[in-house]
Write a protein that binds this ligand. Structure first.
Ligand SMILES: [Zn+2]
Length: 148
C-alpha cells in the first residue's frame, strides 16, 4: 500500500528544511547520496566505521578517513510514529515513521521509514536504503522494508 510519503508533491518536498550539503564532515555523504550511493565514514588507521562523522576517531584518535559504500541493509533499532508536524512542510506527511536503523553494530542512523504503515513496523525489522531526491542536488537517505 502506498503511504503518504510517496504521494506528497514536489512543491512540498522543496519546502522541507534542507540539509547543509557544504558541511565538511558530511559533504561526501551527501555527494554519495546524490548518486544513490550509501556511504559510511571509515577510519583509515583502525578501520572503525563512524556515524555521525566526527573530526577524530574515538577508537584510535586517527584523523584520516575514507568513505566506503555500505550494502544499504539494516534493521529497525527503534522508531516512532510522528503525529504532529514540527515544521509546516511535514504536515502533509502525517502520520509518518521516523526510525533509528542499525546498519552495523553500534552504527545507527536516523531516517524516515517509507513504504510501510505504522502498524507494520517492528523493532528488528529488516530494512534497506531508499533514496529520496528532495530537490536539485539534494538526496535524502530513507529506509523501506527489505521485503517490499
Ligand atoms: Zn580509528
Amino acid at each position: 500500500m502506498e503511504s503518504k510519503t510517496e504521494r506528497i508533491s514536489n512543491q512540498t518536498q522543496a519546502r522541507r528544511p534542507q540539509p547543509d550539503l557544504e558541511d565538511p564532515l558530511l559533504a561526501p555523504y551527501w555527494a554519495g547520496a546524490r548518486e544513490h550511493k550509501f556511504l559510511l565514514r571509515q577510519c583509515q588507521s583502525c578501520g572503525e566505521y563512524q556515524w555521525p562523522p566526527r573530526p577524530m576517531c574515538p577508537r584510535c584518535f586517527g584523523t584520516d578517513f575514507t568513505w566506503a559504500e555500505g550494502d544499504g541493509q539494516g534493521s529497525v533499532y527503534t522508531y516512532t510514529v510522528v503525529q504532529r508536524a514540527f515544521h509546516p512542510a511535514f504536515q502533509e506527511l502525517l502520520p509518518y515513521i521516523l526510525a533509528v536503523v542499525e546498519v552495523m553494530p553500534d552504527i545507527r542512523m536516523l531516517g524516515n521509514l517509507v513504504h510501510a504503515q505504522p502498524e507494520e513496523v517492528r523493532v528488528g525489522m529488516k530494512v534497506r536504503v531508499e533514496f529520496l531526491d528532495l530537490s536539485e542536488g539534494t538526496t535524502l537517505i530513507n529506509w523501506r522494508p527489505a521485503n517490499v
